[in-house]
Design a protein around this ligand. Structure first.
Ligand code: SF4
Ligand code: SF4
Length: 157
């Protein structure tokens, strides 16, 4: 959760990443609401750890429409570079609200990401599920190499 950033966007009432993302300093797991998260936001906001202060989802970074704020869309979007995996990296969608990754908006974003030749990771944290989707331009060998590098990267996290 962040205050107003350079894109004139702020988290406002959104706390979606307090569910989707693990934060080691407060011992949270992906798919479980942080114990410090209440309907009024973070109860330790001024003392929240660096892992929370530094995280910015892509909406907060200025991507997408105002209506794509994660508490409204039902999913959080961010991305990663996978060393050695594929020079395109991976775009991630993390489901907050049940079924949100099946919404028209999510489908639209998924297709746009694939059309830009990026791999997309679809996470359902509540079920501890992840599925990868690959652009049609990636060969089977490239997909296998990506998965190998992704697993290696994931195990180091
Ligand atoms: S998901 Fe994005 S907008 Fe929502 S609290 Fe986290 S960083 Fe802020
Ligand atoms: S400490 Fe606060 S900002 Fe960090 S995950 Fe928990 S509720 Fe969210």
């Amino acid at each position: 959760m962040q205050e107003m950033n350079a894109n004139n966007r702020s988290c406002g009432s959104c706390t979606a990443c307090c569910f989707t993302h693990a934060v080691a300093e407060v011992n949270t797991k992906s798919g479980e609401w942080c114990k410090n998260c209440s309907k009024n936001g973070c109860s330790i906001y001024d003392a929240r750890p660096a892992g929370c202060r530094l995280y910015e989802c892509w909406w907060l970074k200025g991507k997408g429409d105002e209506s794509d704020r994660p508490d409204l869309s039902g999913f959080v979007m961010d991305g990663l570079d996978i060393p050695g995996g594929h020079d395109l990296g991976i775009v991630n969608l993390w489901e907050v609200t049940d079924g949100a990754l099946e919404s028209n908006r999510a489908r639209q974003i998924i297709q746009a990401v694939l059309d830009q030749n990026s791999v997309i990771g679809l996470y359902i944290p509540a079920d501890k599920k992840l599925s990868l989707r690959f652009p049609t331009t990636m060969t089977i060998a490239e997909r296998e190499e990506f998965v190998r590098a992704f697993r290696e990267f994931d195990h180091k996290q």
